[in-house]
Design a protein around this ligand. Structure first.
Ligand SMILES: [Zn+2]
Length: 138
C-alpha cells in the first residue's frame, strides 16, 4: 500500500489521511530503512551494530546450541530435542542472535588486537563493545 493515497481527479482516494499514515508506516519499516536507522542511531547511543546471519536462529537452542527444526514444536514454543530447554520461540531466537553477535564482536576485537577504535591513554585488556538495540537505552 505505498501507491499514492490521494488517487486522481477522476477517481479520488478515500480515507486519504489513514492510507497516507499507513504508507508512512510501511516505508519506515522496510528492512533497509530499519538498518539505515540502526547504523545512524547506534553510535549516538554508544552502541555497536553487529550484523548476524539469521540462518537457523529459530531452530537453535539458546542453552546447548543444538540445531534441530523439530525443536520448534509450534510457532510460539521452542523445546530443545537435546537438552529439553523450553522457552518462548522468539525469546530463544533472541538469545541465539545475541550469542552470535557477541561472538562476532569479540572475534573482530581479537583479530584486530583490540576493539579497532582509537582511544586516549593506555590500551584496554577486555572487549568493551556491547551488542544492544536502541530500545535498551532508557
Ligand atoms: Zn538445548
Amino acid at each position: 500500500m505505498t501507491k499514492n493515497a490521494r488517487g486522481s481527479r477522476v477517481e479520488p482516494g478515500m480515507r486519504v489521511a489513514q492510507k497516507a499514515a499507513l504508507n508512512r508506516g510501511v516505508l519506515d519499516n522496510l528492512p533497509g530503512e530499519r538498518r539505515r536507522q540502526l547504523v545512524y542511531k547506534c553510535p549516538v547511543f554508544g552502541s555497536v551494530l553487529v550484523a548476524v546471519t539469521p540462518v537457523g536462529t529459530s531452530q537453535t537452542c539458546g542453552v546447548c546450541r543444538q540445531r534441530d527444526p523439530a525443536s520448534r514444536i509450534s510457532r510460539d514454543v521452542f523445546v530443545c530435542t537435546k537438552c529439553g530447554h523450553t522457552d518462548d520461540a522468539d525469546h530463544n531466537a533472541s538469545v541465539v542472535i545475541l550469542a552470535r553477535g557477541l561472538r562476532t564482536a569479540v572475534g573482530k576485537a581479537s583479530a584486530a588486537g583490540h576493539c579497532g577504535e582509537q582511544h586516549a591513554g593506555a590500551g584496554h585488556a577486555r572487549p568493551h563493545h556491547v551488542l544492544s538495540s536502541p530500545g535498551t537505552h532508557a
